[in-house]
Design a protein around this ligand. Structure first.
Ligand code: NAP
Length: 461
């Protein structure tokens, strides 16, 4: 029997452990989900929507348990109150657009013909979720999938092993039938075996590029549709007409919030030469204000990384960049709580270039590199010089210039004067190794359903 363990970044203790399901038992879970699906889909859409919203409301009632539990599992400081803001915003938004997004596309309704495209649920949807925003990343698929009439099975990351269990508990207590939304604890082998056995009608994987590759390999030949939301190395570009203070504030927050463990976190910043010195100086001052420490302490603004392992890889990238000529500007003496383990001080690097892994590979930590650029052409080439493409954050007063650059940017989202935010009305999607598909918005609903065409000829004459 494999035990799945959450080693807390707070103190290195085993915070929670659960036994992984053996393959046969996991197949039983899938069979129950499949059996329940048609009945669930036959319920009126509004009833499904309301049940999901009740589940969301029930989870909100658990706030006093959820917030410290998150801190123990992945290090998010309790002062931020969990992920309820985004979790609720996304749930409410998809609820509001569900009817419109799922309504038939009517081509003709005449005496002679009825021609339309209806949307049908896929069937059983499998959600594989990451630890970095464990509730928000999961709800992006769970809420619209259930509303659209699918049944859902969730497998959460080992680091946040209690999150799937808690979400399901909240939803079931709120009235969602047990077979309609189920949590499973699975190791990688069983996960892959289930996918390879065509257990699911849609799989949404959010996580690393390597994990995404494994899922794609497991699904090969099964024709199971996949949504893959993978890594990023999102850039910011500060143009000469930018509001400097706003740019520093948003980009440094985007680089370091959640200890930099955000898929759309800012990992590299290109600044026009006229603003470069001021931007660097203000950025270093900005991050130096963090208070690193135990996430259960309400005074802590920067918690540990989710695991020693992740912090070690950030330290390695920084050391490699410094060995190649980069300069680290944040004084380590300001962060005596940096223990060489999971507690990692924020860092700003200059004199960086794209020969360094730090500027090319995902860092996923509270560290960012800043480079000077002379114009849009140079900035564009650098922003696109990357295997990922999730978001880009442009800082200018000129929306036309941002849109023009946007057309040449290899990315899923173009932001102007904002960053690190997921708008549920827009499609969350990426290019290159950041993945395939798209969640939220009307497109998210379309991806969680399949089209069925009705071509009804009423009059033969
Ligand atoms: P991860 O290690 O790939 O894990 C993600 C999930 O997949 C976990 O549930 C994990 O389970 C499972 N998993 C990983 N490899 C697997 C395999 N070979 N077979 C079966 N299941 C597998 O990613 P993470 O470290 O949790 O999350 C951080 C990554 O997610 C970053 O790269 C980040 O950029 C990305 N991310 C992307 C988005 C987006 O919207 N594009 C959003 C959030 C995060 P275990 O934990 O049990 O290994």
């Amino acid at each position: 029997m494999t035990m799945i363990k959450c080693i807390s970044p707070v103190d290195g203790s085993v915070y929670a452990e659960r036994q992984a399901l053996p393959l046969e038992a996991a197949k039983g879970v899938v069979a129950r989900a499949r059996q329940a699906q048609k009945g669930w889909a036959k319920r009126p859409l509004e009833e499904r929507v309301q049940l999901v919203l009740k589940g969301v409301a029930r989870l909100n009632e658990m706030v006093d348990e959820v917030v410290p539990e998150l801190a123990w599992q992945m290090g998010r400081p309790v002062r931020y109150g969990g992920e309820f803001k985004g979790f609720n915003e996304r749930s409410n938004y998809v609820a509001a657009i569900a009817a419109d997004s799922l309504k038939p596309i009517v081509i003709e309704e005449s005496d002679r013909f009825e021609r339309r495209i209806e949307r049908e649920p896929h069937g059983v949807v499998f959600v594989i979720a990451p630890w970095n925003y464990p509730y928000m990343t999961a709800i992006n698929t769970v809420a619209p999938a259930l509303m659209a009439g699918n049944t859902v099975i969730i497998k959460h990351a080992s680091q946040t092993i209690l999150v799937g269990e808690r979400m399901v508990r909240a939803f079931v207590e709120a009235g969602v039938p047990e077979e309609v939304f189920q949590n499973v604890f699975l190791d990688h082998e069983t996960t892959a075996a289930l996918i390879a056995a065509k257990s699911f009608d849609f799989v949404n994987f959010t996580g690393s590029v390597e994990g995404g590759r494994s899922i794609e390999r497991a699904a090969a030949g099964t024709f199971t549709p996949l949504g893959l939301e993978l890594g990023g190395k999102d850039p910011g570009y500060v143009m000469e007409d930018a509001d400097l203070d706003a740019a520093v504030d948003t980009l440094m927050d985007g680089a370091t919030y959640n200890s930099g463990q955000c898929c759309c976190g800012i990992e590299r910043i290109y600044v026009h030469e006229s603003l470069y010195d001021a931007f660097v100086e203000k950025s270093v001052a900005w991050v130096s204000n963090y208070r690193l420490g135990n996430p259960l302490d309400p005074e802590t603004t920067l918690g540990p990384m989710a695991s020693r392992r992740f912090a070690a890889s950030v330290r390695e990238q920084i050391a490699d960049a410094v060995a190649r000529g980069a300069k680290a500007l944040v004084d380590p003496k300001l962060f005596p709580q940096d223990d060489g383990g999971a507690y990692l001080a924020p860092q700003v690097l200059v004199d960086v270039d794209h020969s360094m892994a730090f500027m090319r590979e995902e860092t996923f930590g509270p560290a960012v590199g800043i480079m000077k650029v002379k114009d849009d052409t140079q900035a564009l080439a650098l922003m696109n010089d990357c295997q990922y493409g999730l978001t880009v954050s442009l800082w200018t007063k000129d929306a036309e210039r941002a849109a023009r650059l946007g057309r040449d940017l290899e990315t899923g989202t173009v932001f102007m004067n904002r960053a690190d935010y997921l708008d549920p009305a827009l499609c969350w999607t990426g290019v290159k190794e950041t993945g395939r598909g798209g969640s939220l918005s009307v497109i998210g609903f379309h991806n969680l359903t399949r089209p069925k065409s009705y071509h009804l000829r009423k009059a033969l004459a």
